[in-house]
Write a protein that binds this ligand. Structure first.
Ligand code: SF4
Ligand code: FES
Length: 394
């Protein structure tokens, strides 16, 4: 019925591609990071300190983002605390009336630093946590860091900032989900995001050790629902689905170039944080172009906007207006072609690629003892930092 069509459906029928204003900016101010999480979504080859945008470049980029319509900025990394000018960037973001968020490992955070950031206008903090058991948490992070995270949570609460905790879930920590939820509640988190691992970047290299069994997932999800009902409004609990076990893909990033953009430490502008994993695309830098041109005109932002780029069955599927054909990074990681339907989709021609991976994971789980399943952390592959990365905090 024409009068019931959404704007997207009308645009698609007319062959028009809408370019909406972005809502959120992820400012990856550095790739330097004290942790070595085996599911890190940053590229295998990290940007060095000497290549990072300087303070003035970030200040200009923040202004350009505000003019473009962005209302929320997340300072991310790597570990953003490693930038000595973070306070200056937060101050400017406040002046520009952004909602500001800090995404941090908590390592290196002091009471003074968080107080200083709060006084400059920081609105909220997202703290990462690897596991509830300190030994397991340190092993997953590739560094002793649990105690610093516990302290960081205290400092954030003392600074009267909302504490959001993010836990990436996988084979190694799913079985302790109840402990994780209880721990985050005891630390005073307002919001807990339980995000099942997405397989890009380092997570692809570690997939065999990270991919959970279906049993683990179902049990953990049931515990999550039960705890949510008991905890109620004291702490919001978000469960981010385990893609590979779904039949329908997620509307990744809310659609390519529709809602958010990411800027890498050296100024490249991406439609999603993992987009550089798509080796067939070239991205533009704020050192050469205005942000509004990159968002509206650049080939990398326009190549998966609208619906004409889609292959069948997406091209004629009604769900394309909801999921935009799924995730481009996942399509590329699994098929080598970013325009393919996301293989997670039950109707995708490449669905068998997912089936093969999850059946080998389930076999491994059925055939191994609890003790053996606890082992693969030792088989995790960790990033090796070159000397030149300069990990000194402040
Ligand atoms: Fe989404 Fe394409 Fe699958 Fe339809 S066929 S549900 S648009 S991925
Ligand atoms: Fe890049 Fe989904 S993670 S499009």
């Amino acid at each position: 019925m024409p009068d019931r069509e959404t704007p997207d459906e009308r645009n698609s029928a007319a062959g028009l591609v809408e370019v909406p204003a972005p809502y959120a900016l992820v400012a990856e101010v550095t790739h330097r990071c004290p942790l070595r999480c085996p599911y890190c979504s940053n590229p295998l080859e990290l940007i060095r300190r000497g290549q990072e945008l300087c303070t003035d470049e970030w200040l200009r980029v923040l202004s350009e983002a505000r003019s473009l319509g962005v209302v929320q900025v997340s300072f991310s990394g790597g570990e953003p605390l490693m930038r000595e000018d973070l306070e200056i960037l937060v101050s400017r973001a406040r002046e520009l009336d952004f909602y500001t968020n800090l995404i941090t490992s908590g390592v290196g955070l002091t009471q003074e630093r968080i107080g200083s950031l709060a006084s400059r206008g920081l609105d909220s903090v997202q703290l990462s946590l690897q596991a509830a058991d300190p030994t397991l948490a340190d092993r997953i992070a590739g560094r002793k860091s649990y105690e610093e995270k516990r302290q960081a949570a205290e400092f954030i609460k003392a600074a009267d900032l909302p504490l959001n905790i993010n836990v990436v879930l996988h084979r190694q920590n799913l079985d302790e989900i109840e402990r994780i939820i209880d721990l985050c509640l005891s630390w005073g988190a307002e919001r807990l995001e339980l995000a099942n691992t997405q397989y890009y970047g380092w997570a692809v290299a570690n997939r065999a050790s990270l991919l959970p069994s279906r049993r683990q997932l179902l049990t953990a999800e049931a515990i999550c629902k039960r705890k949510r009902a008991v905890i109620g409004e004291r702490m919001e609990i978000i469960w981010v689905v385990a893609d590979y076990y779904e039949r329908m893909p997620k509307p990744c990033m809310g659609g390519w170039g529709r809602v958010q953009l990411t800027i890498t430490p050296n100024g490249y502008v991406l439609p999603c944080p993992a987009a550089t994993t798509i080796a067939s695309l070239e991205f533009e830098t704020v050192r050469a172009h205005h942000l509004s041109w990159i968002w509206s005109e650049s080939p990398s932002f326009n190549c998966f906007r609208g619906y004409d780029w889609m292959e069948e069955p997406c091209r004629s599927c009604d769900r394309r207006f909801e999921d935009f054909g799924g995730c481009r990074c996942q399509a590329f990681a699994l098929t080598g072609e970013a325009a393919r339907p996301d293989p997670v989709c039950q109707w995708a021609p490449d669905r068998s690629l997912i089936e093969r991976v999850i059946s080998s994971s389930s076999e491994m789980s059925i055939n191994s003892s609890e003790q053996e399943r606890a082992k693969p952390a030792s088989a995790l592959s960790y990033r090796k930092y070159p000397e030149t990365l300069d990990l000194n905090l402040r």
